[in-house]
Design a protein around this ligand. Structure first.
Ligand code: PBG
Length: 328
């Protein structure tokens, strides 16, 4: 049966018809909203490269959480900007770290009952050198030392879980960190705390604006010895397989838009819940086009998220979470 009997336009004629045959849906509950916590009171410091994104003191973050809950968002992903940084990233794992304090405050709010509070586990916002692990000298310079870093990541995860994180999300890309974190959580009586592993995280130019938001740019070198090469799909699937074998409950892939084939391949291969992170650069480049009047803001926001869902992501970390929820 082909044209003129078959006419694809028949089912596109009215909005109710289009709605009836729509294959992919967006729901506010699928969106996770990143927050950047900073010390102080009453602080909402704009991140210049990310219009609409702020560094928030904890009181302001609680207000954001209330708005997020009232919009029906799925949850929050928490990052921290500590008072001071050092070589070991002490601010990440100390029990009075900024995210730990934020979690305790958020847990007191009514919003916390409606939101999943996810704590990012990494050292880069807390180290003076801006790398995601401990630095060791090598024959040709410096490198991030994998195995000693695992202990610090595990301590970070336990401390965040104790402070109230519903889920911990390691984003450092050290080998073996999921197993180390699972073991540490279990021995700290946190067998019920899930791990959302950033299983395939590519070394990407699209993290640029985040590094302003989180003040986490590496002070020397880059992250190519631990984050993945953007050319590699098979390797991404192996990363996921290994993280699942180590005990990851859910996986997160990032960036999203330039890597939708990876999301799709993971969806076909693995049964676990999959999230995709529409990262800072994806957000900022769309914003730049909105500001120039080159793209229709509302339609482009929803279309960008729909594409990520259609590729196979169950949930999306996005700086557009509130905007998209309002549009739906
Ligand atoms: C920390 C981390 C980064 C992002 C999330 N967790 C930065 C990086 O790896 O440099 C980027 C998120 C974004 O760009 O929105 N390791």
């Amino acid at each position: 049966m082909t044209f003129p009997v078959q006419r694809m336009r028949r089912l596109r004629r009215t909005e109710p018809l289009r709605a009836l045959v729509r294959e992919t849906a967006l729901n506010p509950g699928d969106f996770l909203y990143p927050l950047f916590l900073c010390p102080g009171q009453g602080i909402r410091r704009a991140v210049t490269s990310m219009p609409g994104v702020f560094n928030l003191s904890i009181d302001e973050a609680v207000r954001e959480a209330e708005e997020a809950a009232s919009l029906g968002l799925g949850g929050l992903l928490l990052f921290g900007l500590p008072d001071s940084k050092d070589e070991q990233g002490t601010g990440a794992w100390s029990d009075d770290g900024i995210v730990q304090q934020g979690l305790r405050a958020l847990k007191q709010s009514a919003a916390a009952k409606k939101l999943v509070l996810i704590a990012d586990v990494c050292l880069c916002e807390y180290t003076s050198h801006g790398h995601c692990g401990l630095i060791v000298p090598t024959a040709d310079g410096h490198d991030v030392d994998n195995d000693p870093t695992l202990d610090l990541l595990a301590r970070t995860a336990v401390s965040l879980a104790r402070a109230g994180a519903d889920v911990v999300a390691p984003s450092d890309m050290m080998d073996g960190r999921v197993a180390a974190i699972r073991k540490a959580l279990d021995s700290a009586d946190r067998t019920h705390t899930p791990i959302l592993s950033y299983a395939s995280k590519f070394a990407s130019a699209f993290y640029g604006p985040f590094r302003e938001a989180a003040d986490s740019a590496p002070q020397f070198g880059d992250r190519k010895t631990y984050q993945m090469d953007g050319a590699n799909l098979r390797e991404a699937l192996l990363e996921i397989e290994l993280d699942l074998a180590e005990g990851a409950d859910m996986i997160l892939m990032k960036p999203a838009m330039p890597y939708l084939d990876v999301v799709h391949a993971a969806r076909r291969r693995f049964g676990v819940p999959i999230g995709a992170y529409q990262v800072s650069g994806e957000y900022s480049m769309l914003h730049a086009a909105f500001e120039k009047g080159w793209l229709d803001r509302d339609r482009a926001i929803l279309e960008s998220l729909l594409g990520i869902r259609r590729a196979g992501a169950d949930f999306i970390v996005t700086y557009f979470a509130k905007d998209a929820a309002k549009l739906l």
